[in-house]
Structures are given as C-alpha cells and as structure tokens.
Design a protein around this ligand. Structure first.
Ligand SMILES: Cc1ncc(COP(=O)(O)O)c(C=O)c1O
Length: 475
C-alpha cells in the first residue's frame, strides 16, 4: 500500500484548522441535513484517498470497492487519463455560460449522436444536464411535449429513476413520495420479468413472453383503462425502463423481453425511454446496455459514469423527430451547470478512450470470470440464493438456507462485516470491502466493480466475500 494517511483521526481543512474525527462527526450531527443521503452504517468511514479499485479512510484502512459510487466510477478511482483531462480543462476554460459554445460540448454531443446512429440507424441529438434525476426530468418534458401534453407514463415495479419530483413519480417506491404529495401523475407500474422470483415452471424466456402478454392485455379493450380503440390512442406518453434494474437488484431480464415489449409499444404509439444512468457506459460490456437486447430506444438517458464520477454531467439522446429545435425549442429546459466544460471535457476524453480498444470484450471477459467465481462460491454458501451477471453488473441474492426466502438481516450483517476493514487480504494485510445493497427485498448485493479491475483483484474480492459470508453466518 503506497498511501500514507495523515496522523490518525486528524484533518487539515482549507483554513488549516486541525479537527479530530470526533469534532468532525459532531459538526456533521449538528450542521448536515440528513435528508440528502442515507447512512446505512452507524458510523460511516470518513474517506481521504482513492485510487484504482481501492478507497482509503482517515485511519489508513484500505477497502476494495465493489460498488464504485453506484457505478459512477467505471474507469477506476483517480483514472490518470481522465483526471488529466479535468486538470487540462481547469487550466484552459473551466467556466463558461451555457448560452455560449465550447468545443468539448459540441464534440461530445456529436460523438454520442453519431455512435447512436451507427448502432441503431436513427439520427438524433444530445441534450445536457447535471445529474441523473435532472436528465430524467428533461426527458419527461420531451415525451410530454412529443405526445402533445400526455402526462401519464408506464414504468416497472422495482424501477428507480431518481428522487426529484418527476423522477420519484415514475420510481416504483411509494416511500420516496409518501411525505411530499403528488406534483404530477404517478406512473402505472408494470411487473418486470424477475425470473428468480417469478412463477415456477416457466423458463426465463417464457416468463419474458408472459410479462409482455400481461401488459398487452391492457390494450385489448377500452375497459382496461389505457387505450381508446376508436381513436386508436393510448392515454400514456412513454414507458420508462431500466434495461437491467439497478436499485431493484441488478435483475437481468430475458433477452427476448424488450423486443416483444417494443412491438406492443410501437403498435400503440407509446415511446420507449431507456434509463442508462446506472447500466450505461460499459457497465454491461456495451456503451449502452440496451444494445444487448435488439431494440432501438426513442429516448435514452445517461449520467453517472460518463465523466467517471468527476464533474457531474448527464443528458438525454432522442431521435430527431422528438428533439429537433422546431418541436423542442430553445430553452425547453435550462440549468446553469448543464454542459459544464469540465464535465464535457472529461466525458469526451472517456468516449475517445473507449474507442481506442475493444473495451467491451475486456469487460465481458472479466465479467464472465467474476460470475464463474461467484457460482463456485455459491456451492459453499447456500445463502447465495441467486447469482447472475451481465458484463460487470453482478448480483448475489442473499436468502435463507432454502436458497429462496429473502434474508435482509443476513445481507446487512454481510455488509457490516465487509465494512469493518479487517478481512484477511493475505501477505499480512487487512482490507475492507465496499458493498451496496439493492433488490425488492433489500437482500441483493449489487456488485459494480471498476471495469479496470484486475483478475487478481477479482480473486481477492471472492476471498473477501467468502470471509464476510462466514463471519455473518456465525453471528
Ligand atoms: C437507473 C437510475 N436512474 C436515475 C438515477 C438518478 O440519478 P442521480 O442520482 O444522479 O440523480 C439513478 C441513480 O442511482 C439510477 O440508478
């Protein structure tokens, strides 16, 4: 380990005042809103340094990160090339109002749009904002506008699209809306083909078909409440999907699913909006996860890893008919920091870097290896009820010894043990593991390691997970 922490529990702030860890925690308790995040641990670590797949706290504890800031840091912490791009931009044009132009905004939009055209055969444009939720909001305006003001959307049970008001309305958890009332229409939530928890006796593909047939049933007669057969018009503007559910527990649908779903949507004039905020930017081995599934989105939303978690940048791509300036005019949305030059410079560097090698093949190779190791580990731990993955989006569903009953308490214990930072990493070193929990029953460890992770680090991750499982089972 090269990183040397400062003397234990002391911090030097910009004003050069040294504060102890206790003082910092007291300040947090008194002055930080607790509304803008959730502390899953009673005493979350205070981190000081990060590099590659590792993050280090103020006590010098090293953690192998298997969730990489909810998949925002796909190219490893402190990626030298992307950090350099940010530094270069700071030294040249760090700030510029969005009413003016800068090169990297234009080149980034062109790069994404040309790539979409090459892959999907549709011309389109790119529209920027700052965070994922804000881009989802922008997409809501776009599809409402394109459908002449229809405000109803379909979305999936288990789906997550963010916590602003519009994004919460199409996110399935009522918990995110409960205190705030409705500022717009809540989506109609449709079951996602979560095969592991689906009815017994159906293959994954059959279950995919079944879910689409159930959805299609809604359009059979006007009495199912969504379709006017006389006018040939649906009451709904769009269907919001995550190709692979993120917060929902990295649930991978059958490969036939979106093709079948899109047929129903096209038949009824409903747009397909694909939220790639978590699964995009090569998390699944392709730039966009929807590329695995053989359908063309009408609108695609991105964020997080496009800048490797450096300056925030998000956006939407939409096909020309929906987004050209004659139909979606200037000022339809605006945010001061949209297309900020540090964000666009880093994102442009990231997409250019991805073009220089067969990055996708590398991710698929590592993902297959990681998944095989997890399947091997599953033989020793019956509590690993389901393991699955696509690229380096991997899931471990924690259950009782029956391999099915969700066990949230065990999942929490595993994560607590992993975060203690004292697992045996070999060669006399100790290490923690940063894990994230998702899933409908909060019993899924969603693994999103750095796409730059090495094979030896995958082996280490498996050894550390094995120890965390053993410890949690003993408690
Ligand atoms: C699929 C998906 N959509 C939207 C969002 C919201 O993005 P942000 O947290 O940047 O607002 C997230 C965040 O986790 C996400 O995973």
């Amino acid at each position: 380990m090269n990183y040397q922490p400062k003397p234990a529990t002391s911090f030097v702030t910009a004003s050069k005042i040294e504060r102890s860890e206790d003082e910092l925690r007291a300040l947090e308790r008194e002055y930080c809103s607790f509304g803008d995040t959730v502390h899953y641990l009673e005493t979350p670590p205070i981190f000081e340094h990060c590099e590659g797949s590792y993050i280090y706290d103020n006590r010098g504890t090293k953690y192998l990160d298997l969730q990489m800031w909810y998949s925002a840091v796909n190219f490893g912490y402190s990626n030298p090339r992307l950090n350099e791009a940010a530094k270069r931009q700071i030294d040249t044009l760090p700030q510029v109002a969005s009413q003016y132009l800068h090169r990297t905004k234009i080149e980034l939009a062109a790069h994404i749009a040309k790539d979409m055209e090459a892959k999907f055969g549709r011309k389109g444009r790119v529209h920027f904002n700052v965070g994922g939720s804000q881009a989802v909001e922008d997409s809501l305006k776009l599809v409402r506008n394109a459908s002449h003001g229809k405000s109803l959307m379909f979305a999936f049970e288990g789906g997550y699209h963010g916590r602003t008001l519009g994004a919460s309305a199409i996110t399935s958890s009522y918990r995110y809306r409960r205190r705030y009332g409705h500022f717009g229409d809540r989506a109609q939530f449709i079951p996602f083909p979560y095969h592991f928890r689906g009815p017994k006796g159906m293959s994954k593909e059959e279950y995919g078909f079944h879910c689409v047939r159930q959805f299609e049933r809604l359009f059979e007669t006007e009495y199912h409440g969504v379709w006017d057969p006389k006018a040939g018009e649906a009451e709904y503007a769009a269907f919001y999907v995550e190709t692979i559910q993120g917060t929902g527990g990295y649930v991978i649908p059958p490969m036939n699913f979106f093709v079948e779903l899109k047929k129903v949507l096209d038949k009824h004039g409903i747009l397909l909006v694909v939220d790639e905020i978590q699964m995009g930017v090569f998390r699944t081995g392709k730039m966009w996860s929807i590329e695995h599934f053989g359908v063309t989105p009408d609108v695609l939303v991105f964020g997080k890893a496009i800048t490797n978690g450096l300056n925030p940048l998000s956006g939407i791509w939409a096909r020309e008919e929906l987004i050209n300036p004659a139909v979606f005019p200037p000022g339809s949305t605006h945010s001061t920091f949209a297309s900020n030059p540090i964000g666009t410079a880093v994102a442009l560097e990231a997409v250019q870097m991805l073009d220089e090698s067969d990055f996708g093949a590398e991710v698929m190779r590592k993902g297959a290896y990681f998944l095989a190791q997890l399947q091997d580990l599953q033989k020793r731990h019956k509590i690993m009820g389901d393991v699955d993955g696509l690229g380096l989006a991997l899931r471990v569903e924690i259950t009782g010894e029956d391999g099915f009953t969700p066990d949230k308490a065990m999942t929490d214990r595993i994560v607590d043990e992993a975060m203690l930072g004292d697992l045996d990493a070999g060669n006399g070193e100790t290490c923690g593991l940063v894990l994230d929990i998702g899933g409908y029953y909060k019993n899924v460890i969603t693994l999103a390691p750095a796409l730059t992770i090495g094979m030896a680090e995958i082996d280490l991750a498996i050894r550390l997970l094995d120890q965390a499982f053993n410890r949690a089972k003993r408690k």
